[in-house]
Design a protein around this ligand. Sequence first.
Ligand code: H2U
Ligand code: ZN
Length: 352
Amino acid sequence: MSKDTSSAVIPSQPHRRYNALTDEWLLVSADRTSRPWLGRVEAPPPQDLPAYDPSCYLCPGNVRANGEQNPTYDSTFVFTNDFAALRPDGPEASFEEGLLRAHSELGTCQVICFSPRHDLSMSRMSTAQARTVVDLWANQTAALGERFEWVQVFENRGAAMGASNPHPHGQIWAGNAIPREAEKEDASQRRHFEATGHRLLLDYAEQETGGPRELGGDDEWLVVVPFWAAWPFEALVIPRRPVSRLPDLDDRQRSSLSDRLIGLLRGYDGLFEEPFPYSMGWHQAPFDGVERLHWQLHAHFYPPLLRATVRKFMVGYELLSEPQRDITAEDAAERLRAAIDGAVPRTTLQGG
Ligand code: H2U
Ligand code: ZN
């Protein structure tokens, strides 16, 4: 693939960008942030958390909403969500009447605690502690992949993203339907693979390396603000070798991932000097027995904040037409890189 983009310049006026992963477009209108209305003010998240909170339903030994008692775990802890959105048993049923269609969906929802420490967010973990989270994601994926076709690992962090509790935790939902986001990514990755013989995200990682949107990386991983980012400080984490699913990551990839994630998350927390809210999650190939050589594992980070206390809302035009962003992906990457390096911003290398 040619990296010669020297004559190409990203438009600085309002423009649309193509999301190669989902085959969708979005609107980029830089400089609109100077408009007078600055949005709703978010309350800053609590900063001084205790290591143990007797009222937390995730802390070791505490009692959950359904009356069950957590074990006094000392590393990670997994339980079936007491208010699960998917359940593994129940009658198979379907409904079809003209344009109206529905069918039952079986699955399961897990809550996964990253640490017994109520205050130990992933951004503050050591490499070894973050590695236990990576291994947890991979092990739970492998187990659920034996029973279900789609395994969605994710984390909501912060009240701004609807997380119910600051205790470091994530969720895994597994079911048999291939959901909308997965379907779009599957189709794009398949098209690219059939046309070029390459994985779309490996070609993308190569094209972004050393560019203005790179946030850091090593020989195993690339961390980048995607060219097509919709959320202000969105990030994409891609392994540089072909990997389809979390359990396929080897020891070296897992350890380096732990460091890359800690780096990104510290950068996020440093950006506005407070715990940074986000939804993150892994997209991995479905476990449906279909060969998916085109599918490259990756993680999305979708943080909602535009400034310290101002959140980006996906409303109006975004809901009705297509996503729109104000600061460019290149500017966001520059600020995030500075927060990650704790250093002076690098100047933009090309375009934008
Ligand atoms: P979030 O913080 O991302 O919402 O995840 C916490 C989940 O924990 C949430 O889905 C579940 C909620 O249903 N939960 C329990 O399973 N047991 C409880 O005692 C409280 C909350
Ligand atoms: Zn807790």
